[in-house]
Structure formats: C-alpha cells, structure tokens
Design a protein around this ligand. Structure first.
Ligand code: NAD
Length: 271
C-alpha cells in the first residue's frame, strides 16, 4: 500500500506485546514501508517471548527498556542509533498500564500508589522518552513521535478509571513538549486517539466487550481496527505530514463527533 514511504528512515517502536498489539501492526507496516527500526518493551513483557517472532519477521533488534526508567530509555536511544547507524526519524510510544484497572478497583476508592504508577507508565514515560531523546539530540529534524490515546481524556467513561487522567496528561505532554521540540529541533509530536481495540490492554478493561459493541454502533464507519490505526501511524511518520504537530488526532470511525446513531436509537424503540 505504501511501499518505500518510510525508506531510509530509522525508528524505535515500543509496546508490541503480541500480534494483537497496535505496535505489532505498526512494526509490520513500517517494515513493509521500507523503514529500519528497533523494538522495545519492558523486560518483564519480553520474558513472554513473543516479540522474538516479530523481530525475526521485521529484521529488527529487540532492546529491553522499562519506559519509567530514564537510564534504560537513554540506553535504548544510544543502542538504537548504534544498531541503525544514525539518528532516529520516528518513535512509537504505545505504552499503557494501570493496576487500578487490572485489579478492578472502583474510581472512588483508587489506590494512590497504583495511580502514581499508572501516570508514570502511561503518561510521564512519554515525557521521559522525549526528554532523553532531546538531551542526546537523538531525533532528526522533521522526526515524528506518535503516542496512542483514548477519548476518555476529554469525556467521562466510567470504566476507564485512572487511565482517563493518564490520557489527559499524555495529550497535554504532546502539546507542551511538542512546542519546545518543534521550536528547537523541528521534531513533531502527536497523539492518535484510537477506537476501542481488542488487545491485551483494551480487553483488560471491565465491560470492554459491551463498550466495543456500543462504540461500533455509534461510529458511522464502525470501530477503527488496530490495522488501520497502524496505517495512520505510518502516515504520521512519513514526510507527507511534516506540518502536523501538537495534535490529538481522532482515529475512531467518526465516533468522537457523532451524537447518536440510528443503530443505537433502535435499541430504545418500544417493541
Ligand atoms: N486497545 C484499546 O482499546 C486502545 C484504545 C485507545 C488507545 N490505546 C492505547 O494504545 C497503546 C497500546 O496498547 P494496546 O491496546 O496495543 O495494548 P498492549 O497491551 O498490546 O500494549 C501495551 C504495551 O505497554 C507495555 N508496557 C506496560 N508497561 C510498560 C513499561 N513500564 N515500560 C515499557 N512498556 C510497558 C506492555 O508491555 C504492552 O506491550 C496504549 O497506550 C493504550 O492505552 C488502546
């Protein structure tokens, strides 16, 4: 579909856990588009062993890094530049985790230690990845950083729990860091606000299946798949979107601007 669109570009792709992961699809498409890149995930996730298959398929090296550790992120950039032979042109930040969600803790009884961890892993890690890159001057001019968000940053979704605050913070970092990085180094930073998607992180949310169906019924185009999300990320890494930065871009089949759909209304029609 976009052969050679990323030819000559070097990247870092984080967050591929298994073949359902959004990052996994991004890696497959970036490879097909001619890019070279390293793959990274938390050491604990790498123990699950699935990333090796993706690395072989895309001829990439795996570099473990916990995204909350400045030291490990710095090493990730240094090793990636060594392996790939120069500065990085694109970064995918595809990282999210909440113990409050995992343990099904109600929003009004949140565990604050878990919440701190949620914010560190799911939002502050983007700041850390950007700060480490800037310090090393590791990202090329017109380079592109993409992170993944969810509409619970703007609206209330009761089941999304403390991840809502994490996404709000994440999108704010996109704008704030986006300004500084664009001014000083012409580096672009955007978030993609994606439809509910059947991945490990997505399916871990209580009521996900029902909500997935609801969002699909609301969205005029239906839910956007992980595959199409990866297409969008490739477009954002490419030179075709050079003037796009500091944006939260909805990739949701029209969900975010739909008030109600006939499919949803039909469920309330008296039979
Ligand atoms: N699935 C959805 O419905 C959906 C919708 C909108 C946005 N998103 C976002 O997309 C991103 C990717 O999630 P996904 O749906 O592909 O699920 P996923 O579970 O496949 O990916 C989440 C990744 O985060 C990694 N991770 C967790 N803690 C980490 C740490 N400390 N250091 C480094 N990596 C760490 C995990 O190992 C995993 O690979 C997340 O930010 C998620 O919030 C997902």
């Amino acid at each position: 579909m976009f052969e050679n669109l990323l030819k000559g570009k070097r990247g870092i792709i984080t967050g591929a856990l298994n073949s359902n992961s959004i990052a996994w699809k991004v890696a497959e498409k970036a490879h097909a588009a001619g890019a070279v890149f390293t793959l990274s995930n938390a050491p604990i996730a790498l123990r699950l062993g699935e990333l090796k298959a993706l690395a072989e398929q895309t001829k990439s090296e795996v570099i473990p890094a916990d995204a909350t550790s400045m030291e490990e992120i710095t090493a990730l950039y240094q090793k990636s530049m060594d392996v790939l032979g120069g500065k990085i042109d694109f970064v995918l930040h595809s990282i999210g985790m909440s113990h409050n969600v995992r343990k099904n803790i109600a929003y009004d009884s949140l565990n604050y230690d878990y919440w701190t961890k949620t914010l560190d892993i799911s939002a502050m890690s983007l700041h850390k990845m950007l700060a480490a890159a800037k310090k090393l001057d590791a990202i090329s001019e017109w380079g592109s950083v993409v992170t993944l968000s969810y509409i619970a940053a703007q609206r209330s979704y009761p089941f999304y729990n403390d991840m809502a605050e994490a996404k709000a913070m994440l999108e704010s970092i996109v704008r704030s860091f986006g300004y500084h990085y664009a001014k000083e180094k012409k580096v672009r930073i955007n978030s993609v606000s994606q439809s509910p998607t059947k991945t490990t992180a997505g399916s871990g949310i209580k009521g996900f299946t029902e909500f997935y169906e609801f969002a699909d019924a609301v969205s005029p185009l239906g839910n956007a798949s992980a595959d199409s999300c990866a297409d969008f990320c490739i477009a954002l890494f490419s030179d075709l979107t050079r003037m796009v930065t500091m944006q939260n871009l909805y990739h949701d089949g029209g969900y975010s601007t739909t008030g109600v759909s006939f499919e949803v209304m039909e469920k309330f029609i008296a039979k």
